[in-house]
Design a protein around this ligand. Structure first.
Ligand code: FES
Length: 108
């Protein structure tokens, strides 16, 4: 099953000059490398995904299903994205969100 994490770094998400929280792109890429995740879970850094009011936005994909997350702002949120990716790379049928991410889920 193909999985991916798409992290928005577009016109609003991550734009600290607009008062938004930064997106830790380098740290995410490093974590993907350190945990050898690239073969199982693609990390994509994206331009605007659409729902800018939910900045910062990410989409977790497992097969055909998508989980939209918004209002990512803390380091712990991004660490949880890494945890989710680590888990799904080992257990492809377990796409449960870490607790800290559950309240951030939304329907676009
Ligand atoms: S810039 Fe991220 S959703 Fe628009």
């Amino acid at each position: 099953m193909i999985s991916s994490v798409t992290v928005c770094n577009g016109c609003c998400c991550g734009r600290v000059d607009r008062g938004n929280k930064p997106v830790p792109i380098d740290e995410l890429k490093q974590s993907w490398k350190d945990n050898d995740l690239n073969n199982d879970v693609k990390l994509r850094i994206s331009t605007c995904l659409g729902p800018c009011s939910k900045k910062n936005v990410s989409i977790l994909k497992v097969g055909q299903s998508r989980i939209w997350l918004g209002l990512l702002g803390e380091d712990t949120h991004y660490e949880a994205l890494v945890d989710w990716a680590k888990n799904i790379s080992k257990n492809p049928s377990d796409s449960d969100l870490p607790d800290i991410l559950k309240p951030l889920q939304f329907t676009p």
